[in-house]
Design a protein around this ligand. Structure first.
Ligand SMILES: NC(=O)c1ccc[n+]([C@@H]2O[C@H](COP(=O)([O-])OP(=O)(O)OC[C@H]3O[C@@H](n4cnc5c(N)ncnc54)[C@H](OP(=O)(O)O)[C@@H]3O)[C@@H](O)[C@H]2O)c1
Length: 265
């Protein structure tokens, strides 16, 4: 099985790194093509993938094609991909906002097409990814795609109508969380803690809290109650966050991302 990546930016690099370091994929069978050749060359040097100069060259060599260019670039490369697309090839698009029906319209109605949404934590093998697929995709195809994306974290199948909201809570929310971590750390700096130390403590506390939600089987609000002793310190912070519309601000941010995602379709 040969795997091909068109567009070798941050996301493709993270996936190729995951596949290469998992030792489950032979990089002799991974092909890459990028607009500027420097990025291809870097991945050839670093992981031993096979570089291709053109989309045509790549399409002739691979069984699975990952479209990893920006969504606005996708329309300009799809006609060339369609020209060389074989019936047995699997297409995976990671482009935000580009729906399965759009991809089918631009390629072939009966092609096996996957829409996968990883997140930036793929860089360290901790992505939370999801996928949806066209009806032509078989269970064997699904397994192939899952095996690829499990090298960069976890992946679940979702109906496409939930893709947009997944994009927000799965893909944009890491940025929200980085901002939250930095805000906590900055507040600690104000109280005299060095920033580096504060960042480590804030990030580790967020990591532990996420594990607690996933592993304790407790509702998050029950966990909040457990930390807030009557007349204590934490309840002061919680009521201050609520007075400042903490939940409302998060809901507004989710709505803003979803609105933009819809505008890309
Ligand atoms: N980054 C994320 O966290 C994330 C998360 C989920 C999904 N995604 C999706 O992943 C895709 C890639 O995002 P990214 O962050 O990896 O972007 P990126 O770093 O900008 O990478 C895009 C790559 O595409 C290349 N490219 C542009 N036009 C091309 C063409 N005509 N033929 C071949 N290659 C071309 C660019 O090459 P140059 O170097 O020449 O510009 C660049 O290396 C996007 O569709 C995005 O929606 C990203």
């Amino acid at each position: 099985m040969n795997y091909g990546f068109i567009g070798l930016g941050n996301m493709a690099t993270a996936i190729i790194k995951g596949m290469a370091t998992s030792k489950k994929f032979d990089t002799n069978h991974i092909y890459g093509m990028n607009r500027s050749y420097e990025k291809t060359d870097e991945l050839v040097q670093q992981y031993g993938i096979q570089g291709c100069a053109t989309i045509e060259d790549l399409m002739k060599k691979v069984d699975i094609v990952v479209l990893a260019v920006k969504p606005q670039v996708l329309p300009s490369i799809l006609p060339t991909i369609k020209t060389f697309l074989r019936k047995d090839q699997i297409i995976i698009s990671v482009a935000a906002g580009k729906t399965l029906s759009y991809l089918q319209e631009q390629l072939h109605e009966h092609s096996s097409i996957f829409r996968v949404m990883p997140n930036i934590n793929a860089v360290i093998g901790a992505s939370t990814s999801c996928y949806s697929t066209s009806v032509s995709a078989s269970n064997a195809h699904k397994q192939l795609v899952e095996e690829m994306f499990e090298t960069i974290g976890t992946i679940v199948e979702l109906p496409e109508n939930l893709f947009s909201i997944f994009t927000t809570i799965g893909c944009a929310s890491p940025a929200f969380t980085y901002l939250y971590i930095d805000s906590l750390a900055r507040a600690a700096v104000r109280e005299g803690m060095p920033k580096e130390m504060a960042l480590k403590i804030a990030a580790s506390s967020v990591l532990g809290s996420a594990k607690m939600v996933l592993e304790s089987n407790e509702h998050p609000m029950a966990l909040v109650d457990q930390v807030c002793s009557p007349g204590g310190t934490t309840i002061q912070g919680i009521t201050s966050l609520q007075a400042n519309r903490f939940e409302g601000v998060i809901h507004d941010a989710v709505t803003a991302v979803t609105k933009k995602d819809h505008s890309l379709q």
